[in-house]
Design a protein around this ligand. Structure first.
Ligand code: NAD
Length: 387
């Protein structure tokens, strides 16, 4: 096999890239889909998906509950065209922050930059694809040049933006979104990262080194001597502060993976580490193909999360896991939510409130610490009396 640098364009024009362009589908609140879910999704995982739709649309989105809602995203969902669902939810104020794998954000940039991903087949000759410089994500196909040009854009952005020092991923993604809107006007309508910046929705990545965005940041440090450093501590504290500030808290978990725990650990960070009992999540919705029997995080149920203080023990009826492929279930779920009477809320625009929320977390944590120190200072006298 002749060596070709990974990702470099192949030798010949490809006939694999003739499939339709993958578009970001935008749910519109179809009455027929709502009728289908209410009338026909009655049992098994259809029943669970229907339950998820009702928990989200009737309870989490109810104005009186004012739930702060996090969406977590794992699985290759932006390549599969699901970014439009997240965009619609953000525009309508139906989700307040996102935790995603870096891969989903990286692949979203292809849409922002007007590169095309194509519908294809999962049953292709991968050696031939390699020879032709075609990249495959299951049945999604695109030329390797899309990777190279997206990487180039990221590196140009990093130089242009002159970002330096430690930074939360929410700040990095916000600045990236602003840059995309400046260079590709109107792209907030078809890019998750740009839409989030426009709608004030913070986006976090739980493992920032684990994607092509992280790969290009690493390049920037080594080759350009940049001091830009993703600060996971800042991310942990911001997510924790967002949860603390919420009147009620709820999540929609797509897949699972590290974004799932990065969201759920917010409650234990509060009670176990900062000593601030928030009471656990009020709502929990997960759509996943993973199962509980393997003992891993992605398949762990809301009931198991109760034991960790991640989920409020009194709210198990407001938790549900639908065992479905997100590429099928999530667009249906979004159609249902968008078409519901609670299908629009005022946006919280948390991206602009992060510093204030972290300052409040610090204030509350210091108060707990001061109380504890006062109690401990009293203890020796107490012990002495018993001698
Ligand atoms: N070039 C890149 O930037 C790149 C590309 C691919 C992956 N990655 C990295 O690889 C890691 C793994 O990413 P991943 O997103 O594939 O997650 P994953 O494979 O770890 O999946 C997480 C969980 O989601 C479930 N899941 C996956 N697809 C699903 C679907 N369609 N429907 C329902 N559930 C589904 C799985 O059962 C799994 O338990 C990430 O950290 C990512 O950043 C990077």
């Amino acid at each position: 096999m002749p060596h070709r640098a990974p990702g470099s364009p192949g030798h010949s024009a490809s006939n694999y890239l003739t499939g339709k362009a993958i578009q970001y589908y935008r749910p519109r609140g179809s009455a027929e889909v709502r009728q289908l879910i209410d009338g026909s999704f009655q049992a098994f995982n259809a029943g669970r998906l229907s339950e998820a739709c009702h928990i989200f649309a009737d309870k989490m989105l109810a104005p009186e509950h004012d739930t702060t809602i996090g969406l977590t995203v794992a699985g290759a969902l932006t390549p599969a065209g699901l970014g439009g669902c997240a965009i619609e939810l953000m525009e309508r104020g139906l989700i307040d922050f996102i935790i995603s794998t870096g891969a989903n954000l990286y692949h979203d940039l292809h849409y922002a930059l007007n590169f095309t991903l194509h519908r294809g087949s999962p049953f292709l000759d991968d050696v031939e694809l390699y020879e032709q410089g075609v990249i495959r994500i299951y049945d999604v196909l695109f030329p390797a040049t899309v990777l190279l040009e997206t990487d180039l854009y990221i590196r140009d952005f990093l130089v242009r933006a002159k970002l330096s020092g430690p930074m939360a991923t929410s700040e990095l993604h916000y600045r990236l979104g602003l840059d995309l809107m400046e260079r590709q006007p109107g792209c907030e309508a078809y890019s998750v990262v740009a839409c989030a910046a426009n709608a004030g929705v913070p986006i976090y990545t739980s493992s920032p080194g684990d994607s092509s965005i992280g790969m290009n940041i690493a390049y920037h440090e080594l080759m350009n001597g940049s001091t830009l450093m993703i600060d996971p501590n800042r991310d942990v504290n911001e997510v924790c502060a967002i949860i603390l500030a919420g009147k009620k808290n709820g999540c929609v978990i797509l897949g699972g993976g590290s974004p799932k725990n990065f969201y759920l650990q917010g409650q234990p960070t509060l009670w176990e580490v900062y000593g601030i009992p928030k009471g656990g999540n009020d709502y929990f919705i997960q759509i996943t193909t993973d199962q509980v029997v393997w003992g891993g995080l992605s398949g762990a149920t809301p009931s198991e999360a109760v034991s960790w203080g991640k989920v409020n023990p009194g709210v198990l009826p407001d938790t549900v896991v639908a065992y479905c492929d997100s590429t099928i279930a999530f667009p249906l779920f979004c159609e249902y939510a968008v078409g519901s009477p609670n299908g629009r809320r005022p946006r919280k625009e948390l991206v602009h409130k992060r510093d204030a929320m972290v300052a409040d977390l610090l204030k509350q944590a210091k108060a707990v610490h001061t109380d504890k120190s006062a109690t401990m200072a009293e203890q020796p006298a107490e012990i002495d009396r018993h001698r």
